[in-house]
Design a protein around this ligand. Structure first.
Ligand code: CTP
Ligand code: MN
Ligand code: MN
Length: 574
């Protein structure tokens, strides 16, 4: 055996295990010297709140939570007084946020006997509390006037506000959420209305980042991940489909409306009985069994390393390896130190997807795993993009980029940064972009921003061999780091750079915005319904290979005969 440590040790950054309450899968932890404020559990009632407002509010809370933790590390003395968490169970909540002011409407979703024990407020309470960094008194935000007194009283009990000042506040115009800095246009309500949660393809549905049944989704996702690590692809795909259907379902699933689920696609009897079990017990036995399975824990941990897929994970497991520490020893890697030289990938003409290159990328992923497993907040994603585009300006003027991936779908924290780049000139852009990926990576390396290239592709020696547009994207999957001279801790980040000619820029943006299931369904829709072929590197008509060259993102949807779906509503995966 190439390792000696006892098998029982388990690392803290193994595949994170979804929490059962609250949409985030990662716990936010304050430094231990800080006194924690009382936790306020907030339930957002989906009914009467528009799906995009719903996901905006949920993202607001998630983002606030992580910013609060970051700030508390930087300035422990000024940690905010607002400690909130979302719950998907009204009965567990301290505060219920709702868009309705009618008792009758509320009662359709929440028992009156429960409602009377809660503080029931308008969404503005959540926004203003977040803006003010403190849980504001409920008085001016009462949603249901029938229980105005109960709301204030219940809130006072939870908050123990006797000592707090009788702070009055304005219920002025609703404020912008602070993280929404991306240039995407706002959501068009008429477009959203023409999407349908019953549709078979996720590109016809509206899928928010956090859905009203997110804890159920997280539970089913455990089973999907279980099938994934075992290589059971068909089964995994049916769980992915079930998840994507539930992501778009706009109502909280209860025993009362359970039968309505039969009208949704891809939810067979097995799934329905799992959902039923979840409604009764808050758990799905199959999911809990998988979570508790040591083999699942090992395989899940292994596939978090770049370069290790389910197949390699099982091979490593069969060698007797169980933990990431054992993997480190097996690959002779020192944590935090990566001696691997992958920049040589830049020297070769052909893409280096050899076994050797893969092994190198595994070693890098392992050595840097403590950094790479940390998520990236939105402002840093933006800063990385700005830095890279500034460097690109030294290599080629006139380029533009869109940050795609989870960031563009509204995730407050990303696992990596996906940047799609083109040249702004439609006519000469294609020539300008060719070979640019390699040049940019070289420049970033020389400037100390990129330390490793895990994978390079789309570099073709013989242009004549190209029969299609789909190999026209140049890609570099890199490791980025802020250079030493800047006053911050060096954290390694994964950054994907995708170069596209202007004609395929927007298809590349759509492809790389994801989510994976949304992308998959775009391809399927194009093929099954439109006789077309779609992927990140282009759209073409099957029968005569006619190419489409969309000049906006809307054009991509139009070419495929689809209503535009806003990026933040493309979260068709868990
Ligand atoms: N994608 C792709 N080809 C790849 C890898 C990814 O087309 N070789 C697309 C997928 O559609 C995916 C999107 O790019 O949805 C972004 O992928 P990824 O960065 O892996 O995931 P995110 O959704 O951005 O989420 P995160 O990075 O935060 O995990
Ligand atoms: Mn990403
Ligand atoms: Mn990526």
């Amino acid at each position: 055996m190439p390792f000696k440590r006892p098998l029982s040790s388990h690392t803290s950054d193994d595949e994170s295990i979804s929490s059962h309450d609250g949409p985030s899968s990662k716990r936010h932890i304050l430094p231990c010297n800080i006194k924690e404020e009382k936790l306020l559990l907030v339930y957002i009632l989906q009914a009467k709140i528009h799906p995009e407002t719903m996901s905006e509010l949920a993202a607001l809370v998630e983002n606030y939570k992580s910013e609060r933790v970051n700030k508390s590390h930087q300035e422990p003395s000024v940690v905010s007084k607002l400690n909130i968490e979302l719950t998907s169970h009204a009965e567990k909540a301290d505060v219920i946020v709702t868009g309705t002011n009618m008792r009758r409407r509320l009662e359709r979703h929440i028992d009156w006997s429960i409602a009377k024990t809660k503080a029931i407020v308008t969404p503005l309470w959540l926004r203003d509390s977040v803006t003010s960094d403190r849980p504001l008194p409920c008085g001016s935000y009462v949603a249901i006037h029938d229980i105005e007194d109960e709301t204030s009283r219940n809130y006072d009990i939870v908050q123990d506000t006797s000592s707090s000042s009788p702070f009055r506040f304005s219920s002025g115009p609703e404020k912008e959420t602070s993280w929404q800095t991306e240039p995407d246009e706002p959501i068009d309500a008429t477009e959203v209305k023409s999407l349908s949660h019953n549709a078979k393809y996720s590109c016809l549905r509206s899928s928010p980042l956090v859905c009203p049944n997110q804890t159920l989704v997280n539970e089913i996702d455990i089973i999907r991940r279980g099938r994934n690590v075992e290589g059971e692809e068909r089964s995994m795909l049916s769980y992915s489909r079930a998840i994507s259907v539930i992501k778009a379902y706009p109502h909280v699933i209860t025993e009362r409306n359970f039968q309505d689920l039969r009208e949704l696609p891809f939810l067979g009897e097995k799934l329905l009985s799992m959902i039923e079990e979840f409604l009764k017990t808050d758990r799905i036995t199959d999911a809990q069994k998988i979570l508790a399975d040591p083999r699942f824990q090992s395989l899940s941990a292994f596939i978090t390393i770049h370069g290790i897929g389910p197949h390699s994970a099982r091979r490593l497991y069969d060698l007797g390896l169980r933990t990431l520490e054992e993997l480190e020893r097996y690959y002779e890697v020192r944590p935090g130190v990566s001696d691997e030289e992958t920049m040589s990938l830049l020297d070769t003409e052909v893409s280096a997807n050899t076994e050797d290159a893969v092994e190198k990328s595994i070693k890098i992923g392992l050595a840097l795993r403590h950094d790479l497993s940390q998520t990236i907040p939105r402002d840093e994603v933006e800063e990385i993009n700005r830095t890279i585009m500034r460097e690109l300006g030294h290599v080629q003027k006139g380029c533009k980029s869109v940050i795609a991936g989870g960031y563009r779908r509204g995730k407050p924290q990303s696992n990596d940064v996906d940047i799609v780049i083109t040249h702004a000139d439609w006519h000469i852009g294609s020539q300008k972009v060719k070979g640019l990926c390699r040049k940019l990576v070289q420049r970033l390396y020389e400037q100390g921003f990129v330390t490793h290239v895990m994978h390079l592709s789309g570099f073709h020696k013989h242009k004549a061999l190209r029969t299609h547009h789909w190999d026209s994207l140049e890609k570099a999957l890199t490791v980025f780091v802020w250079p030493h001279n800047l006053s911050r801790r060096r954290v390694y980040r994964r950054v994907d750079l995708i170069f596209a000619a202007p004609e395929v820029f927007w298809t590349a943006v759509v492809g790389w915005t994801g989510s994976t299931m949304f992308q998959r369904d775009l391809r399927l829709w194009a093929k099954q319904k439109k006789g077309m072929k779609f992927d990140s590197s282009g759209i073409s008509r099957r029968h005569d290979s006619k190419l489409y060259h969309p000049s906006t993102e809307r054009d991509v949807f139009k070419a495929l005969g689809l209503v535009y779906v806003h990026p933040t509503l493309r979260n068709a995966d868990a």
